[in-house]
Unconditional design. Structure first.
Length: 355
């Protein structure tokens, strides 16, 4: 009897040990494969950077005591919006954080307010917002060409200024190697500060994390890395003339408009409203540059391009007149600002879709 028990125990222990050993070997191999692939990726990565909102976000927060939601769909478009299949017209919004409207009530963000106004007039319009904090006009060209065009937009609303000014002042060119704002990804160091996190399941996280990573990557949560300042804290080192900055911006905006027109998309340009009485962050870095004046000059460029290219213009700078009720800082809308400017954007869109 005792020998039988020993035999049964051995029959159980040996296969279990063998299985555990195989799993351990596979786990070691998956770990080796992951790190080898990661190092290869770092050396060989060469791709266009699509600076877009992270996909499938469902975040909430408080701003000035008011709760806000920020949600995106599986492609990174900011929710909510009307289902494209139920619409007759599609309008795309591209730009930086002024377009993104991160802390504005999600039901009155610019794209949503415009959508509601036009649908109330029976126009059946879907407004897709792919605005992303920090984006300049060359990022928007990338996004328009490689992301938005597949949805066949009839109109594209373009809102750029301060991010173009910032990247030009800080790097001297759109074609830079900035770790977060470059146009190309040349190695993994230039990827946005995001990494694969830990498996959701505690057992998997403890015993077989690399098998899970290689074979079941959907079990992993994204984990944001420690964010670093995008630009150095010291004074900028470039000696750039106002004319140079305006010329670079003019070429970029003109190229964006030309691309849209080539694909029969009707552009609407916007100047950027502002309220610089709130002050400018890190203004000491820009000693020798009048940032308020340069912002105004970039808006003049937008007006000039709109006239020369014969495209619609929503002159937010003129319409909003630095009204503090419309901004919570130098360039970002309050709920009131979003609702206000949406009325004028809606008029321009309606004019284009009716022609």
């Amino acid at each position: 009897m005792f020998k039988k028990i020993i035999s049964w125990i051995l029959l159980i222990i040996i296969p279990v040990t063998l299985i555990i050993g195989i799993i351990a070997v596979v786990e070691l191999y998956c770990g080796y494969s992951y790190y080898k692939y990661r190092d290869t990726l770092k050396n060989e990565l060469n791709a266009i950077r699509l600076r877009e909102p992270f996909h499938n976000q469902n975040n909430s927060g408080f701003h000035h005591g008011e709760k806000f939601l920020f949600r995106t769909d599986s492609e990174g478009y900011i929710l909510p919006y009307r289902n494209i299949d139920s619409s007759n017209h599609t309008v795309a919004f591209i730009g930086g954080s002024t377009t993104e409207c991160h802390v504005v009530d999600e039901n009155i963000r610019v794209h949503r307010s415009v959508e509601r106004i036009l649908n109330a007039k029976g126009k059946r319009v879907t407004c897709l917002n792919i605005g992303n904090s920090g984006n300049h006009s060359m990022h928007s060209l990338n996004i328009l060409a490689n992301k938005v065009m597949k949805h066949s937009p009839e109109v594209v609303v373009v809102n750029h200024n301060v991010n173009d000014l910032s990247i030009l002042l800080n790097t001297g060119t759109y074609f830079n190697k900035h770790p977060q704002r470059s146009l190309l990804l040349e190695n993994s160091e230039s990827l946005y500060a995001y990494k694969v996190g830990l498996p959701k399941n505690k057992f998997i996280r403890t015993f077989i994390p690399y098998i899970s990573l290689v074979l079941l990557p959907t079990t992993f949560d994204g984990e944001r890395l420690i964010e670093q300042d995008e630009f150095p804290s010291g004074p900028i080192s470039f000696d750039l003339t106002k004319q140079f900055l305006k010329n670079e911006f003019r070429k970029s905006i003109t190229g964006l408009i030309a691309y849209a027109k080539a694909w029969q998309v009707k552009p609407i340009l916007m100047t950027q409203g502002s309220c610089f009485s709130y002050g400018i962050k890190n203004i000491d870095r820009y000693d020798g540059y009048d940032l308020v004046l340069l912002h105004q000059e970039f808006n003049k460029v937008i007006r000039e391009v709109a006239i020369r290219e014969e495209v619609e213009l929503v002159d937010a700078e003129l319409l909003m007149k630095g009204n503090k009720a419309y901004f919570f800082d130098s360039v970002h809308y309050t709920d009131s600002g979003s609702v206000f400017i949406s009325k004028y954007i809606s008029k321009s869109i309606q004019k284009l879709i009716e022609n």
